[in-house]
Design a binder for this molecule. Structure first.
Ligand SMILES: NC(=O)c1ccc[n+]([C@@H]2O[C@H](COP(=O)([O-])OP(=O)(O)OC[C@H]3O[C@@H](n4cnc5c(N)ncnc54)[C@H](O)[C@@H]3O)[C@@H](O)[C@H]2O)c1
Length: 255
């Protein structure tokens, strides 16, 4: 991919699943990757996996819901690396519960991780991109943002919010040479998705049903996502901003 080598990127939630796969791919491309996660052991594991690849890594232990912590860790990364060219907002969390069985404490948790966390990251990183006259942001939302997802109402609201937020900010900072785009994974086999399926027959039936409903006849794998992220972060995507792309085996098809 053109224009990634020797550039720097922070990937949130890079200790597991899709975020780890994105981090590995961007290190393969020769980037310096800030492997940011609330779970430092998981982030360290990602860094171990990247040993011997073209680029470099740095563990950033950080809870994206804590604004001050985000400032401290972004400062640290910038001091060590000398700038931030790309931000990938990937960290997310949910538990499948019908909306009417949830309450404000649960909504707070879902909103603070999936929406407020991403706002914190944008608010801290974008001024640095403005100062250097350019940058790329790739936000990992979900097809839940586009078509809804049973048992994930508040999560869907957050991901839909992230899509709209991305488009609005993409308009605001286009003049500063900053591009923001969204990738929407469909059901993808990660620890988060396993917890969604749960144990037993119900999960197994849901899994088979999804597989049959997906035109490409399989669920997503974490490795299905990094290609589009690398493209959107690269020079080849310089004329693309405010766009939303699903990676879901054709489960959802949007005009
Ligand atoms: N797996 C799917 O089916 C699927 C589908 C659509 C969208 N997504 C989205 O893709 C992204 C990655 O999901 P995944 O399935 O790889 O999940 P995952 O649970 O495997 O990984 C998420 C990572 O985020 C980290 N994290 C959680 N809260 C954090 C916080 N407050 N601060 C910093 N790090 C935090 C976790 O420690 C974990 O390492 C999420 O945004 C998710 O909503 C996943």
């Amino acid at each position: 991919m053109r224009g990634l080598r020797n550039k720097s990127v922070i990937v949130t939630g890079a200790g597991s699943g899709i975020g780890r796969a994105i981090a590995i791919r961007l290190v393969e491309e020769g980037m310096t990757v800030g492997v940011l996660d609330i779970n430092v052991d998981a982030a360290t594991q990602t860094v171990e996996t990247c040993k011997g690849l073209a680029g470099r890594t740095m563990v950033l232990e950080c809870d994206i819901t804590n604004y001050d912590e985000v400032v401290a860790k972004v400062d640290l990364f910038e001091q060590r690396v000398g700038g931030i060219h790309v931000l990938v907002n990937n960290a997310g969390w949910d538990q499948p519960i019908p909306f009417l069985e949830t309450g404000p404490a649960f909504w707070d948790r879902v909103v603070s991780i999936n929406l407020m966390g991403a706002l914190n990251m944008h608010h801290v990183v974008l001024p640095r991109m403005v100062a250097q006259d350019g940058g790329k942001v790739v936000n990992i939302a979900s097809d839940a943002a586009r078509v809804g997802s049973t048992g994930e109402a508040v999560y869907s609201a957050c991901k839909g919010g992230l899509v709209s937020f991305t488009k609005a900010v993409a308009r605001e900072v286009a003049r500063n040479g900053i591009r923001l785009n969204v990738v929407c994974p469909g059901p993808t086999e990660t620890p988060l998705f396993q917890s969604f399926l749960g144990e037993g027959n119900y999960g197994a039936r849901l899994y088979d049903g999804l597989k049959r409903a997906i035109p490409l006849r399989r669920l997503g794998r974490p490795e299905d996502i990094p290609g589009i992220v690398a493209f959107l972060a690269s020079d080849d995507a310089d004329y693309i901003t405010g766009q939303v792309i699903s990676v879901s085996g054709g489960l959802t098809m949007h005009g």
